[in-house]
Design a protein around this ligand. Structure first.
Ligand SMILES: *[C@@H]1O[C@H](CO)[C@@H](O)[C@H](O)[C@H]1NC(C)=O
Length: 510
C-alpha cells in the first residue's frame, strides 16, 4: 500500500528537512554523581584505597538533560575471566598527579607513596602471568587530549618507585570491543531524589508535536474521473514519546536489545474538508509522503549510542465506487493514554504492550451536495528511529494513522428524505472513523516481511448515520435511526475500505 512520495508534493520536500529541536548529547558523569555509595568512599579517601582495586565489572554513566529533567545512560562492562580486570580513573583521580596516554601506553603518576604502594602490590597481578589484561578507563580530558572516555587495554605494567608512576603497555580499544556489556538509556532517578517521582522516569523523550507540513492539497489520482482536494487547517500531532533503549551482549553476541516507548499526551487530529468530483466504478487507493522532519537526535559520544528520529507525514485515501460532486467535512481526534507502554525486542523479535486503548473524539460528517459511494481519507504520522549502539544498527518506526470517511447512499422519495426537513432528494451517510495500531518487527533489508507482528489497538468509533437533504426544502439533520425513505439509486456500500492499520516497524540494519 505504501508508495514512494510522488506528485506535486515532491517539489516541496526539501524545505521540510528542518530540525524542530536540538539534539540531546549526553555528557559523562562520574560514578560518584550517580551512585550514592561512592560519595562515602570519597569522604574517607586517604584511608580506604579499595577504590584502586581491580574489578571484574564496572559501570560508566552519562547524563543528558531535557526540559530540566535528567536522563541517565549506564554502560556496565563485565570482564568475567580470571585473566582480565578493569579500573576506572574517575574513581581515584584525586590520588593522581598526572595521566599521560598514547595509543600504546598509559602512565599514571600518584601523589602519595601510600596509594602508589597499594597499586604496586595490586596491579603487579598484570605481570604475574601471561597473558593477562587490565582495562584502564580514563575520563574525558584526563589524558589532556581525549574528548571522551578513553578505554585502554594493558598487557604489562612498569613501576617507577622514584616518580611514583605506573606505566601500562597495551593499546587503546573501542567500547564495541568489549565482549560483555549492558547499556541502558532512560529511566533515571537522580541521587538527589533517590525515591524519585514517576515523571522523572519519563525524561528521555521524542517530540511528537507537529502540524501537518501542508494544510491543503490536491490528491494525485490515476484517473481523470476522480478529483480530490483536501483542506485541513488544524491537522497534526501533539505530545511526545518517552524513549528507552537497552542492549546486552555476552561473549560478543547481543543477547537482548529492546526499545521502549510510552506516550506523553500523544494526540493526532484529522479534521479535513474534502472536495470531491468523481465518477468511478471501481476501488482506488493511494498514499503519499508529504514531509519528513528530523526531530533532534540522542547521542552518547564515543561510539556508544546514536539515535536519529524523524517524523514522516503521509496522506492517503481509499475510494470505492463514487459518483457526484460535493464537499465533505468530518473529523477525528485520537488520544493515547499516558500509561500505555510498548516494548519491542529487536534480537528475538517480539512486541509487548500494555494499554494503548485510544480515545476517539469525532466530529459529525456533513455532505454539502449530492454524492454517492465510499470515501475514506487518512493521515499517517510515523516516528522512524535509527539507532546505532556500540556498532550494532537498528531501525524502528511507529505509525499513528487516524482515518475518517464513510459510505454515502443517494435517496429520493415522495415523502421527506430526512425526517422534519421537507426534502425529497438527499443522501444518507454512514460515517466511519477510527485508528489502528499494529506493531511488527522486521529485518532492515526486508521491511515488508515482518518477523513478528502484534495488533496493539484497533478502534472504530460508533457513529450515528446522518441524513442530508438537497431538494424540495432546506437544511439537514443528524439521526441515529435510518429513515424509512425509499432509495431510488442504491449503491450498496461494500465493506468500508480500511487503510492499512498503523504499524510499528522494526528493521534490523544489515
Ligand atoms: C547500571 O547497570 C547495571 C547492570 O544492569 C546495574 O547492575 C546497576 O545497578 C546500574 N546502576 C545504576 C546506578 O543504575
Amino acid at each position: 500500500m505504501a508508495r514512494l512520495s510522488q506528485g506535486w508534493f515532491s517539489a516541496f520536500l526539501p524545505f521540510l528537512f528542518f530540525q524542530v529541536s536540538l539534539s540531546l548529547v549526553f555528557k559523562e558523569a562520574p560514578a560518584s554523581d550517580v551512585v550514592p555509595t561512592d560519595l562515602h568512599t570519597r569522604a574517607v579517601e586517604d584511608l580506604d584505597f579499595s577504590i584502586l582495586d581491580l574489578l571484574s565489572r564496572d559501570s560508566f554513566f552519562w547524563t543528558g538533560t531535557q526540559n530540566g529533567h535528567p536522563a541517565l545512560a549506564n554502560l556496565t562492562i563485565d570482564l568475567p575471566g580470571d585473566d582480565e580486570n578493569v579500573v576506572t580513573v574517575d574513581r581515584f583521580k584525586h590520588l593522581l598527579m598526572s595521566v599521560q596516554c598514547t595509543d600504546r601506553t598509559m602512565t599514571l603518576g600518584f601523589k602519595d607513596d601510600k596509594a602508589y604502594g597499594y597499586i604496586k602490590r595490586g596491579w603487579q597481578w598484570l605481570n604475574d602471568l601471561d597473558p593477562r589484561k587490565l582495562v584502564v578507563v580514563a575520563g574525558a580530558g584526563d589524558c589532556g587530549w581525549n574528548p571522551t572516555r578513553f578505554p585502554f587495554s594493558a598487557a604489562t605494567v612498569d613501576f617507577d618507585d622514584v616518580a611514583n608512576t605506573a606505566k601500562l603497555h597495551g593499546g587503546a580499544i573501542a567500547w564495541k570491543d568489549f565482549q560483555n556489556y549492558e547499556l541502558t538509556v532512560g529511566n533515571y532517578r537522580p541521587v538527589s531524589n533517590p525515591l524519585g517521582q514517576r515523571d522523572i522516569d519519563k525524561s528521555l523523550s521524542l517530540p511528537f508535536n507537529l502540524p501537518l507540513p501542508f494544510s491543503s492539497g490536491k490528491l494525485q489520482t490515476p484517473v481523470d474521473a476522480l478529483d480530490l482536494t483536501w483542506f485541513c487547517a488544524d491537522c497534526g500531532t501533539e505530545g511526545s514519546f518517552d524513549f528507552g533503549f537497552h542492549i546486552e551482549t555476552k561473549l560478543g553476541i547481543p543477547t537482548g536489545a529492546s526499545i521502549s516507548l510510552s506516550p506523553n499526551g500523544v494526540k493526532a487530529t484529522l479534521n479535513p474538508r474534502i472536495a470531491i468530483q468523481a465518477d468511478i466504478g471501481g476501488d482506488i487507493d493511494n498514499e503519499w509522503e508529504i514531509g519528513k522532519i528530523p526531530i533532534g537526535g540522542i547521542s552518547i559520544p564515543g561510539g556508544i549510542l546514536d539515535v536519529g528520529p524523524e517524523i514522516t507525514f503521509s496522506i492517503g485515501y481509499s475510494v470505492g465506487p463514487l459518483q457526484g460532486s460535493a464537499g465533505i467535512t468530518t473529523g477525528v481526534t485520537v488520544s493515547i493514554p499516558d500509561d500505555s507502554e510498548l516494548e519491542i525486542s529487536l534480537i528475538s523479535p517480539d512486541v509487548s504492550s500494555v494499554g494503548w486503548d485510544p480515545d476517539l473524539e469525532t466530529k459529525p460528517v456533513t455532505v454539502d451536495a449530492r454524492l454517492v459511494g465510499e470515501v475514506l481519507l487518512y493521515v499517517k504520522a510515523s516516528i522512524d528511529l535509527t539507532a546505532e549502539a556500540l556498532g550494532q544498527g537498528f531501525e524502528a518506526g511507529i505509525n499513528l494513522k487516524p482515518y475518517v470517511g464513510g459510505g454515502i447512499m443517494g435517496q429520493a422519495t415522495s415523502d421527506e428524505v430526512c425526517p422534519g426537513e421537507g426534502d425529497h432528494f438527499g443522501v444518507k451517510v454512514y460515517p466511519k472513523a477510527g485508528v489502528a495500531l499494529v506493531a511488527d518487527v522486521a529485518e532492515a533489508d526486508d521491511p515488508e516481511d515482518p518477523l513478528a507482528e502484534a495488533t496493539i489497538a484497533s478502534v472504530t468509533a460508533s457513529l450515528p448515520t446522518y441524513c442530508a437533504g438537497f431538494g424540495g426544502g432546506g437544511g439537514s439533520s443528524s439521526t441515529g435511526v435510518p429513515s424509512s425513505s425509499i432509495p431510488v439509486q442504491t449503491i450498496t456500500p461494500p465493506p468500508t475500505p480500511y487503510p492499512t492499520p498503523s504499524s510499528f516497524l522494526i528493521r534490523r540494519a544489515p
